[in-house]
Design a protein around this ligand. Structure first.
Ligand SMILES: *[C@@H]1O[C@H](CO)[C@@H](O)[C@H](O)[C@H]1NC(C)=O
Ligand SMILES: *[C@@H]1O[C@H](CO)[C@@H](O)[C@H](O)[C@H]1NC(C)=O
Ligand SMILES: *[C@@H]1O[C@H](CO)[C@@H](O)[C@H](O)[C@H]1NC(C)=O
Length: 372
């Protein structure tokens, strides 16, 4: 495909996404179901050493035991996992414990395991499924405009998404390997694509990366408790910029089931490592979902870790479909079902509890996080 065809295809996709009917029934997560995540105590911890090597290609494994363990988690477990560490630019670190309100039973986690028994015997790990379905976005008009302009680069080698004037969501493994903060996490920076400010008329369309400093980084304990088959459920981290940016951002929401999203598709764009300097966009259907993870075969390469997964979600207040962030692209998982291993690319879903936690990180008042 030449560039023009690519652009035409892209436009076609973008237009098609606009054509949906209204949802058929009460689709969005009822607002009264969002629990309260209440900070309880904050205590100082030792300064991290920032010695771990960044994980560029996270791979996990989950078998039926792991599925069972996840289904059996209690509110106490969630309370533990939703507690979090905060690391400041001066290298100091705190641990904040949280309490939960509005989480009634262990069934808080029970999400449908709608496993489709596809008869594929894939035994080797793949990043690209069939024909590479990724689009490199070119041209200022797209790159500097919503939704692509919400994509930012993370200096540790990942991607992130702007979710407020000051906040960027990325994957936890981009700053912490499960045991230790990674090299580069202390002076982590966020890269924005901006027009190149020069009078060189031979390159009027050139964009450059402008790096912004981060004031603090927050990581849930669910990730920090060490690499385990369930820690991928908490592979997200929030970065707060020192100064507000002036780019459009995309709001976060509780992930609805994929059936309730326009086109039953997810989308994300990132800085895939095999296409240096390019913003790479892709979309795909969802193959499987658990309460915490979205299993899909969207083509992706390691640099795309931390990309914001978004979909068009029905906004019942505004009575229209809106693109909202529903998850974070994590990595790769072998899922063992009935003795058969399947490989998937995996995104973390923002459950109501995770939404409540990140919402509190963003706006600092947990009482304002009961509505989306
Ligand atoms: C580091 O910064 C944080 C937040 O600004 C502050 O609360 C803390 O006291 C500072 N620690 C040191 C050792 O300066
Ligand atoms: C939790 O789920 C199990 C199995 O689906 C069900 O039998 C049980 O009644 C549920 N408990 C509550 C409190 O909803
Ligand atoms: C403008 O950019 C082109 C291509 O990179 C370069 O060859 C040329 O020297 C530049 N001109 C000036 C005046 O900087």
């Amino acid at each position: 495909m030449n560039r023009l065809q690519l652009l035409a295809t892209l436009l076609w996709i973008l237009c098609r996404q606009g054509l949906h009917g209204s949802p058929t029934d009460g689709l969005t997560v009822p607002h009264d179901r969002i629990p309260l995540v209440i900070p309880q105590s904050t205590k100082p911890l030792d300064r991290p050493r920032f010695l771990a090597e960044p994980i560029l290609d996270l791979t996990t494994h989950c078998d039926e035991e792991c599925v069972k363990r996840e289904a059996g988690l209690s509110p106490q477990d969630f309370q533990e996992y939703l507690s979090y560490e905060t690391v400041y630019a001066n290298g100091s670190r705190t641990l904040t414990t949280v309490g939960l309100q509005g989480v009634s039973s262990s069934n808080a986690t029970a999400g449908a395991w709608s496993r489709k028994r596809t008869r594929r015997h894939v035994r080797h790990k793949r990043h690209i499924y069939g024909t590479d379905g990724r689009f490199s976005i070119t041209g200022k008009r797209f790159l500097l405009d919503f939704p692509f302009s919400t994509t930012v680069k993370i200096s540790t080698g990942c991607t992130g998404i702007l979710v407020s004037e000051r906040h960027v969501l990325t994957a936890a493994h981009c700053v912490h390997d499960g045991k230790e903060y990674v090299k580069g996490a202390r002076r982590i920076k966020v890269g924005f694509l901006v027009p190149h400010n020069s009078r060189n008329l031979t390159q009027p369309d050139r964009l450059v990366m402008r790096w912004a400093r981060v004031k603090r980084t927050q990581v849930p304990k669910g990730w920090i408790r060490g690499p385990s088959d369930l820690s991928m459920d908490y592979d997200y981290s929030l970065l707060e910029l020192r100064k507000p940016h002036d780019h459009p951002f995309m709001k976060l929401t509780v992930a609805p089931p994929v059936e309730d999203m326009a086109g039953k598709r997810i989308h994300f764009s990132g800085f895939d490592s095999d296409r240096p300097g390019e913003l790479v966009y892709r979309f795909c259907g969802v193959e499987d979902e658990s309460a915490h993870l979205i299993y899909q075969h969207c083509d992706a390469r390691p640099g795309a870790s931390g990309s914001g997964i978004y979909g068009k979600v029905w906004d019942s207040g505004k009575k229209r479909w809106e693109r909202k962030v529903i998850g974070i692209f994590s990595g790769h998982q072998w899922l063992e079902v009935d003795g058969e291993q399947q490989d998937y690319n995996v995104a973390v879903r923002f459950t109501a509890m995770k939404y409540a936690q990140v919402c509190y990180w963003i706006n600092g008042n947990y009482k304002h996080c009961q509505n989306e």
